[in-house]
Design a protein around this ligand. Sequence first.
Ligand code: SF4
Length: 414
Amino acid sequence: MVATFPAPAPADVSGVSLARRPESVAPAPVGASLGLYLHVPFCAHICPYCDFNTYAGQSDLIPRYVAALEREIVAQGVALGGREADTVFLGGGTPSLLPTEEIARLIQACRNAFALGAEAEISLEANPNGVDERYLAGLLEAGVNRLSLGVQTTRRRGLRVLGRLHEASDAGDALAAARAAGFDNVSLDLIFGWPGQTTADLAADLGAVLGGDVGGTVPEHLSLYSLIVEPGTPMADAVARGILSVPDDDASADLYEAAMATLAAAGFVHYEVANWARDSALASRHNLIYWRNGDYLGAGAGAHGSIGGRRTMNHLLPATYCAAVERGEAPVSNVESISPTTAMGETMMLGLRLLRDGVSLPAFDERHGRTLQEVYGDVVGGLAGQGLIECLPDRVRLTPRGLMLANDVCARFV
Ligand code: SF4
């Protein structure tokens, strides 16, 4: 039987006004605050599974790159009229390779170029090795108020197969140093599904993190990503040659379900497919902008931006990027206009990743000028009939079964 897609009663629609719940509606209203993403494309070495836009052996370029990035931020701020911004995210690559003075300079450029609120979330990704209390205190002083540590696993076997340079003890030392420096908002990244990983390995990772064995305290936030073996990476080559084998879909699903149960028992809020927070207020505000299909600036080599239905991608190579900025040109290599149909599909695909919020019916209407029922009533009805989507009076969201098939469900809206 195919379930019908219930039309929201007027009272339900008005009960979810954007004014009352600005922090939990999806999609983002038109004109909401921007997120600023700054890409740092340098790493000490390249991990065998990585397909990010990042480069090893180019650290000599860092001063030139920071100057170019600063210049791009200023130019973008002028182009966008100094628009209000709510988050800054320094991602990579390895942003913690930058000296704290350079990070301070970039954050100050964001403050000068945009109306960055006093309560803005300013995140930085760091690898556990190479950061100590002094460096982390310098980050705080520079304005960083949220740290994301790439722990990946506490198992030595896992760290080696993932090609990571750090040891498990480095992760504990980095978290302890972050606390000592004064960070009260720390996220740890873990990876599951690495070659040879068992359920006991993942349980050990989560037990160590939740039990405070990593750095003596429990983090505010946890990201748990499934390892994706991307074509063209050394790991994909090793898998193709039979040197490595990764867990199959069923084994990965078992790992994910075990992790969900463990984190739920520990009181963590599973607010997005791959993300948990100790409290809803500790969700990543920057990433929420992506999942709500909001506007974000992408600055730096290879960075993607999406503002007002216009999507951009910058030159990939750091030297090419720097040269374009130095010539006074926009360092953009690709521009795409997002059609209304694509924008609506993306709102669904992204918003359904938010497990509690889902996609708000009134916010969809306000954002796209059409009702969700009118555009996707048949698709949603079919998915609800299969038990994959839950239709509430004011929103649609994944069911627990839909979560296990999230990629398939989201693909129905493309
Ligand atoms: S540290 Fe991160 S960005 Fe750098 S190579 Fe490894 S996975 Fe890629």
